[in-house]
Structure formats: structure tokens, C-alpha cells
Write a protein that binds this ligand. Structure first.
Ligand code: PMP
Length: 259
């Protein structure tokens, strides 16, 4: 449901006149999952088909496509090309925000918004990094190209950039709720990129990534060990929640079986 709300919010932010109601989208989502056994991810895309003939849409028709799939089996393994995949990440901070970002709200999940991060991440990949972290217009830490970022401070507090210059990921929100439920202190606050070097742990979150520990930033190791104990515990906890093994968060699940 959270994803559905974000999807509708994104559509709203870019002004697409989508009139589909949440109930119909929810039904379509469940149907797609049932039709694709083994699916572990669902992607909803809204687009204006009539832009094909001109830059601007000729009509107001919005189409929605729903894909249900397993990112590892259906995308990565099927393509047969090995991707550089590590358990822990070597990250580079990308300090130059691309101009496009000024025109698109960070909260909108729009294809065009990924061009700048894509080229920056590609450049970083070519010189041996796994991932990049982006800063916002005022130089504060924002997010990864498709992930949110968390720090674990020396006293165990979890810190993450506030909503504003980030896409408010569902995984980010889930991690904040799980941490609070476990009695851990959490802060949503503007962070300097340098705060990463003072942290005892850092990790990325995302639907596909889950909780992904950061080993180093700009070639400087983060903390004593990677994954650190907090990242490891949160990753295990999060995996248990999304695979239905954690009764405390069973209410987050939507049954899709027929009948
Ligand atoms: N930021 C951006 C820009 C993203 O594209 C994503 C992936 N949707 C995220 C953060 C993480 O969001 P989620 O946890 O909902 O996958």
C-alpha cells in the first residue's frame, strides 16, 4: 500500500492526469504477482502514450504498466552477463548535482530524473566503485541513485537525510519504523557528507537492495568492520519482515493468493 501511495504521489508531482483509483491498481498488482510465480518485486509505471508524435502529449490518456518479477533470476541471471555485485559497497560521493534535478522534484520517481545519477554512477563504476552517493543543492548528503542512505552514529543512533531532497523510499521508512519499534534512537536530519567518516556504520536501503552495507566512501573505510553489527541486525530483521517471518510486522504484508 505504501508503494501504491508513493506511486500515486509521483504521478501527482509530475502532473499526469491519472484517474485510476487505488483499488483498481491494487487489484492489478495482485493479479500480476499471481500470474508470475516467484516474483519478488513489482514495478508500476505510468506514462503518456501520446507523446510519441510530439514532445508534449496530444491527449490526456495515461497508461499504467505493471511488472512482477524477480530481479536476480529474471533480469540479472537471464541476461547472462556477470554484474559487479558485492556484499558490501565501495562508494564515491558525487558532489556535482546535475542541472535536471532543479526541474524535477526529488520526491517524484520520474525516468528523466535518473539520467544524471546514471552517468555519474557509470563513470564511478569504470574506476572501480560500486555505487555513488549524491548531495543536494546545499551540499548535504541526499541519497544513492536508487537507494536511501543511513549512518549509524557512535552511540548507536540511526541517522538519515530528511524528506525534501530525497525520494522517500519505502525501505527507508520501514527501517525507521523497525528501528523505533526496537527502541533504537533515530534522527532524520540534514547531514554533511563528512559525517560518513565519523559514523561507525553506513548502509543503503532500497526495494531491490534491501539493507546494503557500505564498506568505504571515497576510499576511506567506514567503521571497524563491514557489515557492522547494527547493519547486519537490521538487514536480517528486514529480510525476515519482507519474507513474512516476523509476526511483529505481519500487518505490512498483502496476501495475493486466490480465494
Ligand atoms: N531513491 C531513489 C531516487 C530511488 O529511485 C529509490 C528506489 N525506488 C529509492 C531511493 C529507494 O526507495 P525504495 O526503498 O522505495 O525502493
Amino acid at each position: 500500500d505504501d508503494h501504491l501511495v508513493r506511486f500515486l504521489h509521483s504521478v501527482d508531482l509530475v502532473g499526469l492526469p491519472l484517474r485510476a483509483d487505488a483499488e483498481r491498481l491494487r487489484a492489478g498488482l495482485c493479479e500480476s504477482v499471481r500470474a508470475n510465480p516467484g516474483a519478488t518485486a513489482v514495478k508500476l509505471s505510468a506514462y503518456l502514450p501520446s507523446v510519441e508524435a510530439d514532445l508534449v502529449p496530444m491527449g490526456e490518456r495515461v497508461e499504467v504498466a505493471i511488472a512482477a518479477y524477480d530481479p536476480i533470476h529474471d533480469v540479472i541471471l537471464r541476461k547472462g552477463t556477470p554484474i559487479p555485485f558485492r556484499e558490501t559497497l565501495r562508494v564515491r560521493i558525487e558532489r556535482v548535482r546535475r542541472k535536471l534535478d532543479a526541474a524535477l522534484p526529488a520526491q517524484a520517481k520520474v525516468a528523466a530524473g535518473y539520467l544524471g545519477p546514471m552517468t555519474a554512477k557509470w563513470a564511478a563504476r569504470r574506476v572501480g566503485y560500486d555505487e555513488i552517493l549524491l548531495v543536494d543543492g546545499s551540499g548535504h548528503l541526499a541519497e544513492g541513485p536508487t537507494t536511501n542512505v543511513f549512518l549509524v552514529e557512535r552511540d548507536g543512533t540511526l541517522a538519515t537525510p530528511p524528506v525534501g531532497s530525497i525520494l522517500e523510499g519505502v525501505t527507508r521508512r520501514s527501517i525507521l519504523e523497525i528501528a523505533k519499534h526496537d527502541g533504537r534512537a533515530v534522527r532524520e536530519e540534514a547531514l554533511r557528507p563528512e559525517a560518513l567518516f565519523e559514523a561507525s556504520e553506513a548502509f543503503l536501503t532500497g526495494t531491490t537492495a534491501g539493507v546494503w552495507p557500505i564498506a568505504s566512501v571515497d576510499d576511506r573505510p567506514i567503521g571497524e568492520e563491514c557489515p557492522g553489527p547494527v547493519s547486519r541486525a537490521l538487514r536480517e530483521r528486514f529480510d525476515a519482515v519482507v519474507s513474512g517471518r516476523d509476526p511483529d510486522f505481519a500487518h505490512w504484508l498483502t496476501p495475493v493468493a486466490e480465494g
